[in-house]
Design a protein around this ligand. Sequence first.
Ligand code: C2E
Ligand code: MG
Ligand code: MG
Length: 689
Amino acid sequence: MTETAGGLVYKVIECLIFDHDHWMVLTAALVCICGSGLTMLLTRRMVRASGRRKFVQVALTSMIGGATIWSTHFIAMLAFDPGYPHAYEPIKTAASLLIAVGGLVLTNWTLAYAVHPRRAMMSGAMFGLTVSLMHYVGMLAYLVPGDLVWNLPRLAASVAIGAGLGVIAYWRVAKPLRQMGWLSSSLLMVLAICGMHFTGMSALEIVLNPLVAVPVSVIADTQLSTVILAVMAVILLVGFASFSIEMSLEGEALRQRQQSALVDGLTMLPNRSHLENALSDLQRLLAQDPEMHLTVVTLDLEQFKKVNATYGNATGDAVLKTVAERLLTLTQAHQFVARTGGNEFVALCIESTGKGDTAGFVERLRAAVERPMAVRDVWISLTTAIGVATTRDNGREVDALLLNSGVAMRVAKSDPDQPIAFFDPTMEQDQRALDLLGQDLHRALDREEFSLVFQRQNELASLEVTGFEALLRWTHPTQGPISPGVFIPLAESNGLIHRIGMWVLRAACQEAASWPRDLTIAVNVAPQQLIQPDFVDEVGAVLEATGLPSTRLELEITEASVIGDQAHTLRVIGRLRAMGIRIAMDDFGTGYSSLSMLQTIPFDKIKVDRSFITQVHNNPLRAAIVRSTLLIGTALKIPVLAEGVEDPEELAFLRAEGCDAVQGFYFGKPVGLDDVRAIVQADELRVAS
Ligand code: C2E
Ligand code: MG
Ligand code: MG
């Protein structure tokens, strides 16, 4: 006869009410609830743990889970009162405990190492089957004066209830995004254990048999349940303790991670994220208090890359730490400083009254950075480009202030005469215009907007033209001629310089090859060009294609080319010189370590920068620099060319000091193709002075 679901429920409730001690059932339920809650919490952590921790978590979770289902079963068994003497066979009882823990190890193992809904459901089924197996092995240990007769459909229902609810419980607990999923899973685990147990108990009928003797039980059921309860309490307490220790350790680790996510590891200053948090807090304060003011200062350490390249990264790091310490010493309670990029710092100054000393604050920051510093046995002096934006002049939106101070900093960076720039809205337009120009530069080559001009270079003794320097010009379709001082840095920053530079080289060599005289052609080479792996081959290909003898080509490089990867530059220069090409050091004296460059690189010419030649006869310092450069040139047997000669006094000075060659407006401004052709075809190349 098949039993309806209603009938089954009725039978289970009847069994629970009439055959059980209610207080002990309640105790079993309490153990089950606490144990299940802890088991599911631990299961969640086990799923997320990794490495050795996962292994330990599997063991702990299995022990707590196994102990929970076993003790719930056993206390509930003790609550069951068949009305006859009864006892428990110890070996089978112990076996049921082993089954509970072992089954949970399998359950957890299945889930822990492959978290997937299907695996979770498999685990849940294993869990339910473990509960049933433990239960029925436990029942085999149950000794009564009769035979145990089982109602098989109910027995099957008990197994199905345990497994079914187990599947749902484990499926839910393994879902990654459900923070509180463990709660419903715990409830389902309780229902799985209790549902299986009491349905199983309702399937049991004891048929008395006088032939079956029951050994006298030495321990009363209540005493036994107290012992189990005490042991279970200890297990649960250990479980809770380890859980909460782990939680607090994790919390601590999380706090540390959050903390370190806000700190720059090198300088230990707040980083950009920290700055952004501070700014959004300040935004609230600014909204509440109209009297309050904020100044945002962006500082860029100029020449920092050179320090790194010249003295190594360790020195660069030490410089950054020193700057950070100085800025930190300077900042007071209402000020804040952060490192926001490689060589960029941002300082905030909050003023609670209308009047503040913004300029003084900025000057102090600048002085702190620019004071020479002794770092790892070298003295280093940096300059800094500073951009300032303040609520007094630039609105009260903190994000805009940060952006604006960055824009102002870039303006300060591009203008050596203005190391501190206060933001004004035209700067933004300038910056945008520069961005647009950068985009136009991409199309300039294809649209043939570039051209070359040539400036003569003269031997000083005879004043004879020895060659020309090719200089690039860009005529923008709407804006007209753009200065190389503007578009060369743009091309360098957006990576176009290599293509453009090769165009210059090809056009210059082609032009020089067509001249009737063996004049030199000097071509400027940007640092990014020199580091291209195939640069030397490309130069060779241009010489071959244009037919220009390599001895007529001179490549002008600046110090910036050398300081990147000195060894590589040295190799490239060696190969170029081996081909017969000459290498000139352009803009000598303006760099950071021009003298040490001369020591490392075998240059064929030194071009003293125009800034030292202007009014050299009236300026003792420039005169001294030029004289010493000429001395070095003589000592190293490197000819020296003076750039930017504009008047006869400068020329007279250079002649008196024994300079080898000159270039400048005095002899002629850079000229276009027609003019240069006229010059090279003239009978006489001398220039009267
Ligand atoms: P540079 O290589 O030092 O070129 C010399 C610059 O000084 C040229 O400016 C030239 O016109 C200018 N100059 C020469 N004599 C005098 C003088 O007596 N008085 C004054 N006031 N100026 C004089 P330009 O053509 O504006 O070029 C500026 C810089 O742009 C160049 O400096 C060079 O660094 C760069 N440049 C120009 N063409 C190229 C190129 O094809 N490739 C690369 N990478 N850079 C280039
Ligand atoms: Mg040059
Ligand atoms: Mg120069």
